[in-house]
Design a protein around this ligand. Structure first.
Ligand SMILES: C[S@@+](CC[C@H](N)C(=O)[O-])C[C@H]1O[C@@H](n2cnc3c(N)ncnc32)[C@H](O)[C@@H]1O
Ligand code: SF4
Length: 453
């Protein structure tokens, strides 16, 4: 795309102003109540599940962070109490042992637990699920000696964890200072080397659009990170909402790249990753050709959810811990965000459910969920006949208004085949994949179907 055209597209389709589509509908739209009985019933029906455990505590506050976490200087006591609560939650929800094909520990900083705690929570889990043969276990870690040790890595590996994702975010000292993180290429080499030597698959996270980040600083970060040859790189557009996330207000607004600059950063990311031989998955994940994610993308066996892209066909997600989200039988529900409320509910023997934070997909939601989360975000194509057969609709009649908007996007070369039986996201369109997905979002404001020109 030539620079003038790129500028035009960047201002027409602001990539920072669309939902992330980690779920459909977006979390903010889940307003239904749900009873404990219904949740238990749903969890009982779960099988071949993706299990997510949330560990909310961190050693330091990274000022950019949008995760549900809490800084504590006494991880031992906090995590002991928290693990006991997790145990109760597991007992209340998993009356029958579900088959688990994949498990992820995220946070916060799960590796802030000590070895005994890591082992304890693993044993608690191990007694309550049936692992599918070849189940994949993964964990997130801050690559820093204040919370991570080689001993912890060895233990995790021994317990069966085979993938680790390191939050790197940036390697530019000015950016790192602004977001209060501490690492450099040397420490990254050390931790990635240690994980590799133990046989972990290594994933890294980068963020673009961070304070003071320039094209050059991002390019250098990527070049440096790629010297450790991660199997997968996930990039995230900086989510900056200081009104909602109070600690972000120490980051001056003027230091945060604007919409055009963000677009430029994304272009640099895409070009550099492609030049280095990584395959793009969706819009902002990259993987080495040997990574199962690449084959899954080709075979249309990807799912997109709160942990990003995964090479699996299953659609059941069981979340445990404060703020954790579950998706079972087309129903979303969420746990309490507030750790104290989470602990108090379980201490009283109740499930720690957030109030009015559930949503059962209607038939129309299911159709749109499929189009947004699977066809557009994962497969980059909509086969109208498949959708018609699956949902019993006539595509062109059902989506008349949406097709008019897509037609406009086709003129911008973001999609092709709008009048044909298969609509495809183009290479240029991948950058705007969420803008394309948004066309099918019924919960987005009614102005969303206005044809911008
Ligand atoms: C729980 S955090 C990272 C794990 C670990 N605690 C660490 O700090 O390395 C998971 C990822 O969420 C992403 N993330 C956190 N806050 C973000 C924000 N404000 N905007 C975009 N991505 C963000 C980062 O890429 C981060 O690595
Ligand atoms: S980025 Fe990681 S370590 Fe930093 S505050 Fe967020 S969860 Fe904690």
């Amino acid at each position: 795309v030539d620079p003038i055209e790129a500028q035009r597209l960047a201002s027409k389709y602001d990539i920072g102003n669309v939902p992330g589509y980690l779920s459909y509908p977006a979390v903010a739209k889940w307003k239904q109540p749900i009873s404990e009985g219904e949740v238990v019933e749903l969890c009982r029906s779960a099988n071949d599940a993706y299990l997510y455990l949330h560990f909310p505590y961190c050693q330091t506050l990274c000022t950019y962070c949008a995760c549900y976490m809490k800084v504590t200087s006494s991880p031992k006591e906090r995590y002991d109490e928290y693990i006991s609560a997790l145990e109760k939650e597991l007992d209340l929800k998993l009356a029958e042992k579900p088959v688990v094909g994949e498990m992820h520990w995220g946070g916060g900083t799960p590796t802030y637990m000590d070895c005994d705690q890591i082992e304890r929570i693993f044993r608690i889990l191990d007694a309550r699920v049936r692992w599918k043969p070849g189940a994949t276990l993964s964990v997130e870690a801050y690559p820093d000696a204040r919370t991570l040790t080689v001993e912890k890595l060895e233990l995790l590996r021994r317990l069966g964890f085979s993938r680790i994702s390191f939050g790197i975010e940036s390697l530019d000292p000015k950016v790192l200072e602004a977001i209060n993180r501490r690492h450099d290429l040397e420490s990254i080499r050390h931790w990635v080397g240690a994980a590799r030597a133990l046989g972990f698959g290594v994933h890294v996270d980068l963020v673009y659009g961070l304070p003071y980040q320039t094209g050059e600083s991002l390019r250098q970060t990527i070049e440096s990170v790629l010297t450790v040859a991660p199997d997968r790189l996930a990039s995230f557009l900086f989510l900056y909402t200081p009104t909602a996330i109070k600690h972000q207000s120490v980051i001056p607004r003027e230091s945060v790249p604007d919409s055009n600059q963000r677009f430029g950063l994304y272009q640099i990311l895409s070009e550099t990753m492609a030049q280095r031989g990584y395959t793009r998955v969706g819009c902002d994940h990259w993987a080495r050709e040997s990574d199962p994610l690449v084959a899954a993308a080709r075979n249309e066996e990807l799912v997109y959810h709160f942990q990003g892209y995964e090479p699996l066909a299953r659609r059941t997600f069981l979340g445990f811990g404060s703020s954790a989200i579950s998706f079972v039988n087309d129903c979303y529900f969420q746990n309490r965000h507030d750790i104290q409320q989470y602990l108090a509910a379980l201490a009283a023997g109740r499930l720690p459910l957030e109030e009015r934070a559930a949503l059962r997909l209607s038939d129309e939601d299911k159709l749109r969920h499929h189009l947004i989360m699977k066809s557009v975000m994962c497969d980059l194509r909509i086969r109208k006949s498949d959708v018609e057969a699956r949902f019993g609709i006539r595509f062109d009649d059902h989506f008349r208004a949406e097709l008019a908007v897509l037609k406009n996007m086709e003129r911008d070369r973001l999609v092709e085949g709008v009048d044909e039986r298969e609509i495809r996201v183009t290479e240029a369109g991948r950058t705007f994949i969420r803008n394309i997905a948004r066309v099918f979002d019924q919960y987005y404001s009614s102005t969303s179907l206005r044809i911008a020109s």
